[in-house]
Design a protein around this ligand. Sequence first.
Ligand code: HEM
Length: 154
Amino acid sequence: MPFLKAVIKETLRLYPVVPGNGRFVSEDEVVVGNYWFPKKTPFHLCHYSLCHDEDQFEDAELFKPERWLRGDSSRSKSTTGSYNHHPYSFIPFGLGVRGCIGKRVAEMEMYFALSRLMQKFEVQPEPGAPVVEPKTRTLLIPGKPINLRFLPRA
Ligand code: HEM
């Protein structure tokens, strides 16, 4: 289960379902870094870019579920903290009062469905499958259909 959870996290890192998000800060001025933003500034948060940022995740373009396992020292470049990237550089379900209310349900369904499927089937891409790049339709979706083979495990 720890590895399955790590696989799901790594999938959401490389292919975040919600690649961008926004906040409209109506009542407060905001200072980010050395920049000052007046009240009523709309912010667009590009979650996809952060998740692919080499400063946050070593080998950012590689699929490396191990980076989410405790005790793996190769998760990122820093040596401090439990996870070494900035905590807000991976927020696939958003955060705060407008964060995803379905997070726990979605996680539970993914853990449950995948653990059952993986016990019964080996899942492979169809022979000669093309590389499938993601594309945005507000949500991030596959650029082409994904065809998989489910081979029963002995
Ligand atoms: C892998 C599955 C899912 C992902 C990655 C996801 C991601 C997100 C994200 C990023 C947001 C915006 C959060 C923010 O602005 O801070 C959001 C909002 C929301 N999600 Fe999900 N979601 C998922 C599944 C679900 C499910 C299964 C439900 C319902 C059972 C759900 C219900 C909602 C609702 C109602 C909001 C709006 C919350 C608000 O604006 O107050 N989501 N989701």
